[in-house]
Ligand binder design. Structure first.
Ligand code: SIN
Ligand code: CO
Length: 416
């Protein structure tokens, strides 16, 4: 299959994907009464938590605990095993884990967490389709956890939005609306666990229930018997990270033009750094792009869609042309975004539009704006939708061909 050379061929996973029904995921998130997509985005997203009972069908989660344990033994997956030996006595082991790690575990009070499961398992990735009511470019990964009775990662805050989907079994979630700082963390631990926690809400989630948490809200999940939870986590770049990348970018654009002295130098005060000197520096800086520039828009899109290093997409072996895409339409095959792909778009001030893909910007003519918007918003297209794009214009067809040749789009294995 084009575009998937860099994915894993792990025996356990291959078996899982072959046996599982790959029919396209069509479920939508069911909001509580009185809340819809608009009200969620306006009133809850990044603002306050929301408990959503029966938000997804309880059978949406097909991964078995043994399969998750198999992933945790693979080099390619980031995984953690967290064991609570007693109050305040936490042990953290990083993956890849081994059989010996699992053999030595107690009967309760431990959890296994595996990141980026969506990148390799189509069934898990397809859950993301149901979250098209929040900014897609922020989506980071689906982490899957398995816990034995009372297992969990302890009370903590996360610096990002998360949807916690209860997949199997029951988990108790306690939330605390108080403020917590560095001084509230248990000392001498690699993981960040709060030493105090005053619960304001206390809910037990069943399969299909979901809890949305905004960044920074303290929470504490403990398994009630064995359970599995899927967490859809989002990216939240902070001021330090953004500034560090933008100023680094500006540095790469700065030439070696020297600072000249001002015209009104005074013999009587040659040691003084005058406003003329400061103006000279300001003029040098003014020649660099500001946050109003197109350069800034391009940098931002590239920065926000940059994948983690392990999720760069290799070009497929097969090269695609317009006829090949027409062939997909004729076969009734839909197309899907590569599971590693991060996509966003922006208007550029000159009327053209930029499609940002995996840290790259593809600048397109104004007429392609609707197509660019659609490509950035949708993770899947039916054969009919593909035909509409291909027949819209030669440029639209050329953009689709380019995205296929970069491995960003590919035939949707779940659609035919
Ligand atoms: C989990 O245990 O599955 C989620 C951990 C968390 O609260 O971030
Ligand atoms: Co958390």
């Amino acid at each position: 299959m084009p575009g998937r050379e860099n994915s894993l061929l792990i025996s356990g996973i291959t078996e899982f994907t072959r046996e599982t029904d790959l029919s396209a995921y069509t479920a939508e998130v069911r909001f509580p009464r009185g809340i819809d997509r608009e009200t969620f985005l306006r009133d809850y997203w990044q603002k306050k938590p929301l408990l959503m009972r029966a938000a997804l069908p309880a059978d949406s989660f097909g991964l078995a605990a043994e399969e998750l344990a198999g992933l945790a033994c693979e080099q390619e997956f980031e995984s953690r095993l967290i064991i609570e030996h007693g109050p305040g006595a936490w042990e953290l082991r990083h993956g890849p884990l081994s059989n010996a790690d699992f053999a030595s575990l107690p009967d309760s009070h431990w959890t296994l967490l595996v990141q980026d499961v969506d990148k390799y398992l189509p069934d898990v990735a397809s859950l993301i389709d149901a979250f098209d009511f929040v900014p897609g470019w922020r989506i980071d990964d689906i982490m899957v956890s398995y816990a034995t009775d009372q297992g969990g990662v302890g009370p903590h805050t996360d610096a990002y939005d998360v949807f916690l989907m209860q997949a199997v079994g029951r988990r108790r979630w306690r939330l605390s609306y108080g403020e917590y700082g560095e001084e509230d963390l248990l000392p001498d631990l690699e993981q960040r666990i709060l030493s105090r926690f005053d619960a304001d809400a206390d809910w037990v989630l069943e399969p299909g229930d979901m809890l949305y948490l905004p960044p920074g809200l303290a929470h504490w999940g403990t398994a009630e018997g064995e359970c599995m939870t899927y967490s859809l986590g989002f990216r939240s770049p902070n001021r330090h990270e953004l500034a560090s990348d933008w100023y680094q970018h500006l540095l790469s654009l700065a030439d070696e033009q020297i600072l000249k002295d001002p015209h009104d130098l005074q013999l009587s005060s040659l040691a003084e750094l005058t406003s003329g000197t400061r103006d000279g520096v300001a003029q040098l800086f003014d020649a660099l792009p500001s946050t109003e520039s197109i350069e800034f828009r391009l940098w931002l899109g590239q920065y926000l869609t940059e994948p983690k290093p392990q999720f760069h997409i290799l070009a497929p072996d097969q090269s695609w042309d317009a006829n090949d895409l027409e062939g997909l339409v004729a076969q009734g095959s839909g197309i899907a975004r590569h599971p590693f792909a991060r996509i966003a778009w922006a208007d550029l001030a000159d009327g053209s539009v930029a499609l940002f893909v995996q840290g790259e910007s593809l600048i397109q003519a104004p007429s392609l704006r609707p197509v660019v918007k659609r490509i950035a918003e949708r993770r899947r297209f039916s054969a009919t939708e593909l035909a509409t794009i291909l027949h819209e214009s030669t440029e639209a067809g050329a953009l689709m061909v380019k995205l296929f040749n970069e491995g960003i789009l590919e035939p949707d294995e779940t659609s035919a």
